[in-house]
Design a protein around this ligand. Structure first.
Ligand code: MV4
Length: 491
C-alpha cells in the first residue's frame, strides 16, 4: 500500500496540497518546494519538509529543473509529482527524472513528447481510426503553398501551432483573404512562444462543445476511462466552470468517445492519468489533443466515480496494477466545479492579488473545496490567479446547480475581487441550467442576460453572506466591506 516512502511535489498552491493529502493518507512523506514569494504559503506548512527553490519568477523556481532534481536527491525523494502547469508536460524534465533514477509521476517522456506535437499526435490517431477534423498533415509555411489545401478544407478554418495546445497561438481565418496574414502571425507566435514555427490548418468549428475523457493506464497494459467532463465554459482558454457528466451525453456518443480516448491512450503507450480532449459539434466528435497531466478539474471526476485519481497516479507510478476494471467503475450523480480566481469579472478579468481580509469557506453535504488560501494570506502577484476550486455534487444536475448556488452563497472572500459573483450568475443563467453550453458561452448573448440577472441577485446574496456570520458587529463590518466592493464593481 505504501507506494513510495517520500515524494517531492514540484508545484504550489491548491494542487500541491491536493497531492500531499493523498500522500498523507498513504503514509508517504512529502517534500515541498517554494519560491521566495511562497515562503508563507500553505503548501509549505502542509509538507513534511520544504526547500526554497529560488526567486519568485517561475523560470528561477518552479521551472528550475536542475535545482528541483538536486532537492529531490538531497531530501531522498524517490519520485516527483509535477501537478499541473510548470513542468507537468515537459518531456525534457520527465526525461531528466528518468535519467536521474527519480520516478516521474506521469507518463513517459516519450509519450509526453508524442502528445506535445499536435500535428504528430493527430497523424497517429487518424491512422488508428480516431475521428479528426480535416487538416493539413504536413503543416504549412506560406499562404501560396497552403491555398489549395485551404480551399479543400473550406472556410472558416483555423491556424494552430503544432507545438502549442490549450489554445495558445490559434488564428481563426474567416475567408481566403485573411489566410496569408493568419499563417504569418501564427508562425511568428509559434516561434516566439514554443521555439517551433510549425503551424497547420484545420477546419474550424464555430460553437463546439469541449468534452474531455479522463483515462487511467497502468504499466501492465490495463487502461480504463473515468467517463467525461464538459468544459465548454471558459474565457481566453481559461476554463471557469466544468461538470461531469456532460449534460447532453448519450450512451451511444459516450461509447464512441470513451472508446476513442482509450485508443489514443493505447496508441501513445500511455501510462498514468491523462485526459483526451474532443470537440463536439452536436453531431460528430473530433480528437483535439491529449493532456498528459493531472488536470485542474480532475476533482469532479473523483466526485462522480468515487475514485481518488492522485492515489491511482501514485500506485501506477509504483508499477502497481489498476485495482479495478472498466465494469467496476460507475458514474453516480452529477458534479460541477467553479474555478475561483482572484480577478475582477467586471473589469476584463484583470488579476487582483493581495491580502485576504475576511474568509469563510462553504461546506456541508456534497461540497468539496480545494484551495491553498486562508484568512490573512497574501496572494502573490507572480502566479496563476486561481485561488480555489469549489465543487458541488448531487444526485441530479439540477440539484448540483442548486447546491453550488448554496455553497457560493456561503463563501466569503473579502479583500480581493473574485469570480464568485460571475459563478453565481452562471448558476442562475437559463441557458446554463438548460445545459446549452459551448465554447463561446461567455462571449455571446447569454452573458448579458447572465450579468443582468447577477445584478438583481447580488443584494440577496450579500444578505445571505452577512447572515451566515451571525454576530451584529461582524455583519456591519462585512456589509460595509461588501458595499465598498460593489461600489468599485459598478463603475
Ligand atoms: C478548435 C476549435 C474550433 N475548431 N479547433 C482550444 C483549445 C484547444 N485544445 C482546442 N481549442 C479549440 N480548437 C477547431 N478546428 C475551438 C477550440 C476551442 C475554443 C476556441 C475559441 C474560443 C474558445 C475555445 C474553447 C475551447 C476550445
Amino acid at each position: 500500500m505504501r507506494f513510495f516512502e517520500k515524494i517531492l511535489i514540484a508545484n504550489r498552491g491548491e494542487i500541491a496540497i491536493r497531492v500531499m493529502r493523498a500522500c498523507r493518507e498513504l503514509d508517504i512523506e512529502t517534500v515541498a518546494i517554494y519560491s521566495d514569494a511562497d515562503a508563507n504559503a500553505l503548501h509549505v506548512k502542509y509538507a513534511d519538509e520544504a526547500f526554497n527553490v529560488g526567486e519568485a519568477h517561475p523560470s528561477k523556481s518552479y521551472l528550475n529543473m536542475d535545482r528541483i532534481i538536486d532537492i529531490a536527491h538531497k531530501s531522498g525523494a524517490e519520485a516527483i509529482h509535477p501537478g499541473y502547469g510548470f513542468l507537468a508536460e515537459n518531456p525534457k524534465f520527465a526525461g531528466l527524472c528518468e535519467k536521474e533514477g527519480i520516478v516521474f509521476i506521469g507518463p513517459s517522456s516519450k509519450t509526453i513528447g508524442i502528445m506535445g506535437s499536435k500535428l504528430g499526435s493527430k497523424h497517429m490517431m487518424e491512422a488508428a481510426g480516431v475521428p479528426v477534423l480535416p487538416y493539413t498533415p504536413n503543416g504549412v509555411t506560406s499562404a501560396e503553398a497552403a491555398c489549395a489545401a485551404a480551399d479543400k478544407i473550406g472556410y472558416p478554418l483555423i491556424v494552430k501551432a503544432s507545438a502549442g495546445g490549450g489554445g495558445i497561438g490559434m488564428q481563426i481565418v474567416p475567408d481566403p483573404g485573411a489566410l496569408a496574414e493568419a499563417i504569418e502571425k501564427g508562425m511568428r507566435t509559434a516561434k516566439s512562444a514554443f521555439g517551433d514555427a510549425t503551424v497547420f490548418l484545420e477546419k474550424y468549428l464555430t460553437r463546439p462543445r469541449h468534452i474531455e475523457v479522463q483515462v487511467l493506464a497502468d504499466s501492465h497494459g490495463n487502461r480504463i476511462h473515468l467517463f467525461e467532463r464538459e468544459c465548454s465554459i471558459q474565457r481566453r482558454h481559461q476554463k471557469l466552470v466544468e461538470e461531469s457528466p456532460c449534460p447532453i451525453m448519450t450512451p451511444e456518443l459516450r461509447e464512441m468517445m470513451t472508446g476513442s480516448a482509450l485508443t489514443v491512450a493505447k496508441e501513445s503507450g500511455y501510462t498514468n492519468a491523462g485526459t483526451v480532449e474532443f470537440l463536439y459539434d452536436g453531431k460528430d466528435y473530433y480528437f483535439m489533443e491529449m493532456n498528459t497531466r493531472l488536470q485542474v478539474e480532475h476533482t469532479i471526476t473523483e466526485m462522480v466515480t468515487g475514485i481518488d485519481i492522485v492515489h491511482q497516479q501514485l500506485a501506477v507510478a509504483a508499477n502497481e496494477e489498476l485495482p479495478f476494471a472498466q465494469e467496476d467503475v460507475t458514474l453516480r450523480g452529477h458534479a460541477i466545479e467553479c474555478r475561483i480566481n482572484a480577478e475582477d469579472p467586471l473589469n476584463n478579468f484583470v488579476a487582483d492579488p493581495g491580502k485576504i481580509r475576511r474568509y469563510r469557506s462553504p461546506g456541508g453535504p456534497g461540497i468539496r473545496l480545494d484551495s491553498g488560501i486562508h484568512m490573512g494570506y497574501a496572494i502573490p502577484p507572480n502566479y496563476d490567479s486561481m485561488i480555489a476550486k469549489l465543487c458541488a455534487w448531487s444526485q441530479t444536475r439540477p440539484m448540483a446547480i442548486r447546491r453550488m448556488r448554496r455553497a457560493i452563497s456561503e463563501y466569503i472572500i473579502l479583500g480581493v475581487k473574485t469570480t464568485l459573483p460571475l459563478h453565481y450568475a452562471i448558476m442562475n443563467n437559463a441557458e446554463y441550467i438548460a445545459g446549452n453550453t459551448h465554447t463561446h458561452f461567455l462571449q455571446e448573448e447569454h452573458i448579458a442576460k447572465t450579468l443582468e440577472r447577477y445584478q438583481r441577485d447580488e443584494d440577496a446574496r450579500m444578505q445571505t453572506l452577512a447572515g451566515s456570520f451571525g454576530k451584529e458587529k461582524k455583519i456591519a463590518a462585512i456589509t460595509a466591506a461588501v458595499n465598498t466592493y460593489l461600489a468599485g464593481k459598478q463603475r
